[in-house]
Write a protein that binds this ligand. Structure first.
Ligand code: XBP
Ligand code: MG
Length: 256
C-alpha cells in the first residue's frame, strides 16, 4: 500500500537549474574575480555532476587546473559555493522560481489523503526550505516529515544514499513509497534504493534513458494542461493524480 511520496527538488518540484542555480554560480564566480562563465549549454553538461561543490571542482579540473593546484582550494570551493547559495536564495526569495505545474496540487492531494511526504535532494538544505516557503506556503516545510538534502550523506546521487537515509528516517520500506524524479542520476539513486519512481523530464533531461521508471512524462500536468507520455500508461488520465500514483505503485510492487 502506498504510504509515502518522496520528492526530488531540482527539475521535479521546480525548474531551478538554467535560470536559478546557473546564474547564481556565475554571480559567485564574478564576485570572486574568476573569469568562469557557465552558459546554458555548458551547464547542461556540468549537471552530470550532482552537488554544487562537486560541480565546481569538476569544472576546474576540466577548464582551470591551476585553480585546483592552490593550497587552500577546498576552502575556496566552499566559499564559492556559499556565495552561490546566497545568490540562489535571493532569487528564490524574490519569487523568481515558481513550482512546476501540478506539484502544489499533487502535494495537496497527498496531504488530504494522509500520505506521508519527504524530500530527497542533492541541493543544499536552505535551498529546499526557501523554495518550499516561497513556492508552496509559509508553513510548507512542516508538511514534509523528512528533508534529506545535500551533505547529509557522504555520496550524492546517483548513489542511493540520500534515498536510503530518508527511508531510514521514516522507518519505511521502499515498497511503501514512490519517488518522483527528473534526471538519470536521480532515477539511478531512487531505483538503487528499491523505490518505484515516476520521472517527469526537465529541460535538461528530456530524451534521456529512464529505464526502470513506472512512467516517463513531460510533467505532472494540471487540469487543462495534460502530461505528455514519453513512456508508460496513464490509464486514461490526462494529468497525474493520487489515484494514478497508487495504480503505478501497485503495478510496480506486483511485478517485484
Ligand atoms: C540537483 C543538483 C544540485 C543543484 C545545485 O539536485 O544536483 O547540485 O544542481 O544545488 P536534485 P547545490 O535534482 O537532487 O534536487 O549547489 O546546492 O548543490
Ligand atoms: Mg532533480
Amino acid at each position: 500500500m502506498l504510504e509515502a511520496l518522496i520528492f526530488d527538488v531540482d527539475g521535479t518540484l521546480a525548474d531551478t537549474e538554467r535560470d536559478g542555480h546557473r546564474p547564481a554560480f556565475n554571480a559567485a564566480f564574478a564576485e570572486a574575480g574568476l573569469d568562469w562563465v557557465w552558459d546554458p549549454a555548458l551547464y547542461g553538461e556540468l549537471l552530470a555532476v550532482t552537488g554544487g561543490k562537486e560541480r565546481i571542482r569538476f569544472y576546474a579540473g576540466q577548464y582551470d587546473r591551476a585553480f585546483l593546484q592552490q593550497a587552500d582550494v577546498e576552502v575556496r570551493i566552499k566559499a564559492l559555493h556559499a556565495a552561490k547559495t546566497r545568490h540562489y536564495l535571493a532569487l528564490l526569495k524574490a519569487g523568481g522560481i515558481p513550482l512546476l505545474p501540478g506539484a502544489a496540487r499533487l502535494i495537496g492531494e497527498a496531504r488530504d489523503a494522509g500520505l506521508r511526504l519527504a524530500i530527497a535532494t542533492t541541493t543544499t538544505p536552505d535551498n529546499v526550505t526557501t523554495l518550499l516557503r516561497a513556492g508552496l506556503a509559509p508553513d510548507a516545510v512542516s508538511w514534509f516529515e523528512v528533508i534529506g538534502a545535500g551533505d547529509v550523506v557522504p555520496a550524492k546521487k546517483p548513489a542511493p544514499d540520500i534515498y536510503l537515509w530518508v527511508l531510514d528516517q521514516m522507518g519505511l520500506p521502499p515498497s511503501a513509497c514512490l519517488a518522483l524524479e527528473d534526471s538519470p542520476n536521480g532515477l539511478l539513486a531512487s531505483l538503487g534504493a528499491g523505490l518505484p519512481t515516476l520521472v517527469t523530464e526537465s529541460e535538461y533531461t528530456h530524451g534521456n534513458d529512464f529505464d526502470g521508471a513506472v512512467a516517463v512524462l513531460s510533467g505532472l500536468g494540471e487540469p487543462g494542461r495534460p502530461s505528455l507520455v514519453r513512456s508508460g500508461d496513464m490509464h486514461g488520465k490526462a494529468w497525474v493524480d493520487l489515484e494514478l500514483l497508487r495504480t503505478w505503485h501497485r503495478e510496480c510492487i506486483s511485478k517485484k
